[in-house]
Each structure stands twice: as C-alpha cells, then as structure tokens.
Design a protein around this ligand. Structure first.
Ligand code: SDX
Length: 428
C-alpha cells in the first residue's frame, strides 16, 4: 500500500489530498477540494492525466495492451462470447446463465422494430446523406416517440430505454444504408440472431429469401464485441457529460454518435480504409510513412496510434485474425489487406513509430473486413456506433445510478482580455 496522501506546496500554502486506489491501474489524487482550498484549478487539456469518474465496466492497461470488460479479457470474450452476452455482462456486471441470456436476447429482439413514423423521418434526408448524419438525427428523434420512458430517475424507465437503444440501432443503421442505395427498408426478423437480423435488414431484399452466412455472422458479431466499450473515450465521455445534465438517454446517445464520427475517433475506420486505397500498392508505402513523420504534413496514418495504448491494441490483434478467417470463408482476397500488413510491418520497424509507441488500433483492420462483407466505407462508423451503443448505455446507467454524480462542469485557464469599458462605435 503506497502513500495515501499527496501534498501540494504552492503559494506559501501546504495542502494534502487523498490518494485513492482502484482494483487495477493507476491510483488517483482526489482533488475535488483543490479549488476550495487553494483557489487554483488543475490544467489538463485533452484530459491525458484526469480520471473523470470511477467505473467498474472496462479496464485498459495501455502499456501492456490489456482490455478487460468486467474483468474478462477481450481476447477470451471475442473467442468464446457473443455480442448479446457481452451486452448483458456490461449492463448487469456478470456473465448470464443460459436462461438469463435467452431472456435478455428475447427482450432485445422484441424491441428491434421502429415506430412507423420514423420511416417518414428518413425521407427528409438527401439520398447521399452520410449514414452517421442519419444516425445522429434518427437516434435523437427517438426521444420524440418514447415519452413513456424518459424519466431517468426511474430504474424501469432507464432499463427499457437502454433495451430500446441497443435493439433499435441495427434497424436504424440498416435503414440508413437502404435509404442511401434506394432499396426498400427491411423489417426485423425475430427468428434471427441480433447480428444475423442486422445482416438481413442490410443486405436482404423483399424479393427473395436472405440466407445469413454463419461465418460472416460470427465475424461481425465478434467485431461488435471488439467495439462494445472502451473506458472513458471521447464519445463515452460525451454521453456521460450529456447525461449529467439529466438529458434523456436518446439525446445522450445521439451526442455520443456525433462525437464518434470524428476521424480522430470512430471515423478512423472509414479514413483508414480510404488511406489504404489511396496508398494502393506496397510500393507507395514509404512515401506515406514519410508523410506521416513530416511535422509540416497534416497527414497521419489512420488506424495507428492511441491515447491509451502504447502497445498493440488487443482488438487489432483479433481483428487481423478475423480478416484471415473471413477471406478464407468467403474465398476472397483484397490487395488492400496486403498493403495493410506491409504498412504495419514497415511502421513497426520505423524509429518514429517505435519511439512514439504508435501501433495499429481497432480501426486499422476493421475496414478491410467490413468491406469484404459488403459494407461501403460510409457505413463503417455507423457500425462502430451500433456496437458502442452497448458501452454508452452501460456507462450512462452507471453514471446516473451513482449517488455521487453531479452535472459535469469543467473550468478553464482564462487568457482573454482583462475587464475594459465599452467604446461607442463613433469612438473606435
Ligand atoms: C479510437 O480513446 C479511445 O479509446 C478511442 C477508441 C475507442 O474504442 O473508443 O479506441 C477508438 O478512436 C481509436 C483511435 C482512432 N484514431 C486514429 O486512428 C486516427 C490516427 N491516430 C491519431 O490521430 C492519434 O494517435 C490519436 C487521436 C488516436 C491519439 O492522439 P493523442 O493521444 O492526442 O496523441 P497525439 O495526437 O498527441 O500524438 C502523439 C504524437 C504526435 O507527435 P509529436 O507532436 O509528439 O511530435 O504521435 C504523433 C503525433 O503527431 N502521432 C502520429 C499518429 N498518431 C499520433 N503520427 C502519425 N500517424 C499517427 N496516426
């Protein structure tokens, strides 16, 4: 047991702050009384050294490349679990019994339909609207249809809103795709698995039966597991901050979707595949690696680097293995995978990437698989949002039910003008 106190000697004062320990990972210095005791704020743009909350959902060890959900390693969950089982684990804290999993899956399945008025909502978009623009709008609009369950102080309301969000994301995402390609929306089929139902709503057509490919279903379900939750990343922190004001869960998840869309975050999977296509052949890799290292060039290797992982992202390991499985099962190949493998190899042997500890992250290989399955690049981040809704909802529930939670309201270091008097326009 290390020190339990941190001492700050500043401006002639000495203040002590409690050091708190969690189950795993870095201790924290509890600075909640810092401003009251010292009149000073901490300063941490980008929150590189800030714990915004305590949470029991997900643990990441960035140095060791470890990712645990409720204590279970991501590699074991990807190998042995299902997305519905991981959803139950994140929401309820334990791996479910077979009966509990059946009940949970049945409940989610029974909420996959959308209010028919929402179909009209889609008609207002241009056909070439980015699916993430539609996802932001459609999920935000859900609160207009569920006034019966937006009292966040009611655990039952929180539960049904959580189930509705997890259940309806595949339907909303599939409809965004259908709308873009001008095909009719497909209604959910409750006889299929969560992921199988999504595949049919996306790639099936009313004119014929759709056969779910079990290998693709398993691969996509595993990809959803890999994207389910990831501690206090930017979009999860957005959901928590929106939720801290008491906003309804649909509005909070819509805020998370908007944040995830950024190319530095969930939008990186779309940007990574576009980058691999732009590179085109292994021969052009050195040119792009040189650009990524050039301080005067804004280009970055998309799908590389991470705020927390300073080792290989364990999700990227599973993703690369899944590429090989899907290619073999579908008997396809894609020269872009070869470009990705050689790019990884060259980058990981380059001092710049080694010194800055830049490794492939979850977004580096995901686009290669999603493209092989048939998704356009514009759908990649929508799929990330579909899967991350489980984590966002679990984190939102954890925050709302924490008695210590308060509205999030950071302060600042003010660098603007000191007070000055108004000058009439004829005197300026
Ligand atoms: C996700 O937080 C999460 O958990 C996110 C996520 C999740 O599951 O929720 O894991 C999902 O968002 C994964 C990350 C996807 N984004 C990308 O792949 C985009 C490319 N990566 C980078 O933009 C960057 O690595 C970030 C945004 C991921 C991390 O940014 P940081 O932690 O703020 O690091 P930084 O931008 O300060 O970079 C540190 C240094 C810089 O060089 P110096 O100024 O120190 O000289 O590394 C360089 C950067 O220029 N660098 C890169 C690079 N990433 C960082 N150089 C080239 N290519 C890159 N990809």
């Amino acid at each position: 047991m290390g020190d339990t106190n941190a001492t700050l000697n500043a401006k002639g004062d000495t203040n002590n702050f409690e050091i708190k320990s969690g189950t795993l990972g870095p201790d924290v210095v509890d600075i909640r009384k810092l401003y009251a005791n010292t009149g000073m704020f901490t300063y941490d743009p980008g929150f590189t050294s800030t714990a915004s909350c305590d949470s029991a959902l997900t643990y990441i060890d960035g140095e060791e490349g470890v990712l645990l959900h409720r204590g279970y390693p991501i590699g074991q969950l990807a190998e042995h679990s299902s997305f519905m089982e991981v959803a139950h684990l994140l929401l309820n804290g334990e791996l479910p019994s077979a009966d509990a999993l059946d009940d949970f899956t049945y409940t989610i399945t029974r909420h996959t339909m959308l209010h028919d008025q929402l179909r009209q909502f889609y008609q207002g978009f241009r056909r070439d609207a980015h699916p993430m623009a539609i996802m932001c709008g459609a999920v935000g609009a859900l609160s207009a249809f569920y006034h019966d369950s937006t009292d966040i102080s009611d655990p039952e309301h929180r539960k049904i809103s959580s189930h509705r969000l997890i259940a309806k994301m595949p339907t909303i995402a599939a409809m965004a795709y259908k709308y873009a390609i001008g095909q009719p929306f497909m209604q959910p089929d409750n006889s299929l698995s969560y992921t199988g139902n999504f595949l049919r709503m996306t790639f099936g057509v009313p004119a014929e039966e759709y056969e779910v490919n079990p290998v693709v279903e398993r691969a996509l379900d595993r990809i959803f597991i890999l994207h389910a939750d990831h501690e206090q990343n930017a979009s999860t922190s957005t959901v928590r901050l929106a939720g801290s004001s008491g906003a309804n869960p649909f509005a909070c998840i819509a805020a998370g979707i908007a944040c995830l869309w950024g190319p530095a975050h969930g939008g990186a999977n779309e940007a990574a595949l576009n980058m691999l296509h732009e590179i085109g052949t292994p021969g052009k890799i050195p040119e792009y690696i040189a650009r990524a290292k050039n301080k005067d060039d804004p280009f970055r290797l998309m799908g590389f680097g991470h705020r927390v992982y300073k080792n290989y992202d364990p999700r990227a390991t599973v993703m690369q293995k899944t590429v090989r499985e899907v290619f073999e099962a579908l008997n396809v190949s894609d020269p872009v995978f070869e470009v990705a493998l050689q790019l990884e190899e060259m980058a990981l042997n380059d001092d710049y990437f080694v010194e800055k500890k830049l490794f492939p992250n979850v977004d580096f290989y995901s686009g290669v698989i999603l493209s092989a399955i048939g998704f356009p690049t514009t759908m990649f981040t929508a799929l990330f949002a579909l899967a991350r809704t489980v984590g966002w909802v679990a984190q939102w529930n954890e925050m709302i039910s924490d008695p210590a939670q308060r509205i999030g309201r950071p302060r600042q270091l003010y660098t603007g003008p000191a007070q000055r008097d108004y000058v009439p326009v004829d005197k300026r």
